[in-house]
Design a protein around this ligand. Sequence first.
Ligand code: TYD
Length: 212
Amino acid sequence: MSEPSLPTSQSSTAKQSGLFIVIEGIDGTGKSTQAKRLGEWLASQGREVVLSREPTAGPWGKKVRESAATGRLSPEEELQYFLNDRRQHVEELIAPSLAAGKVVILDRYYFSTMAYQGARGFDPAEIRRKNEEFAPVPDLLLIMDLDVDSALERIGARGDTANEFEKRENLERCREIFLSLKDEGFVRVIDTRGTLDEVAARVREAVGSHLV
Ligand code: TYD
């Protein structure tokens, strides 16, 4: 179920410990592109990189993805499916990769549950607590930030006024929850305005300063 694996190469230096980097943000902030570019950059420096994402391609992840087309699950079910998906992801890919000293880069993790299921009415702090019972806290959390109007423009969101308003409100709330984490020591907020190259440079800078 993993979607890992950029080309990797062995480091010639002493064994390095695992590094866990998570990339989060609302839809349209360019997470996936930047996760991939960061992975390539770290691999070019001789780190063994595992790139993965949530929801995963596993059975629980599939069910939540399908629900986007077939009708949204109840809030309780949806939350539970994301937790089940993550538990499996941690057990099968994240924990073993970190234990083997690899760099793990995730495109979405439990901060997305705090934001999106938080926006659906659950308490973000409670969601966090539930996740941290089994999910390792990353070394570095990059929050890809963009105002909601620009994000909606980027994903070309359409729909009637009411729907778009709903979606806008929802994403505003998600963004707010992500940004509520900004002062924690392991968090860096990345401004995603500008070109992909400019944003990639900001990401590398944040990771580089974290690595030293
Ligand atoms: P997304 O990363 O956009 O996947 P894709 O590019 O395949 O559509 O994730 C799908 C949606 O799932 C996204 O809108 C955010 C949502 N999501 C949650 O609501 N809770 C979660 O815990 C996670 C990981 C994602």
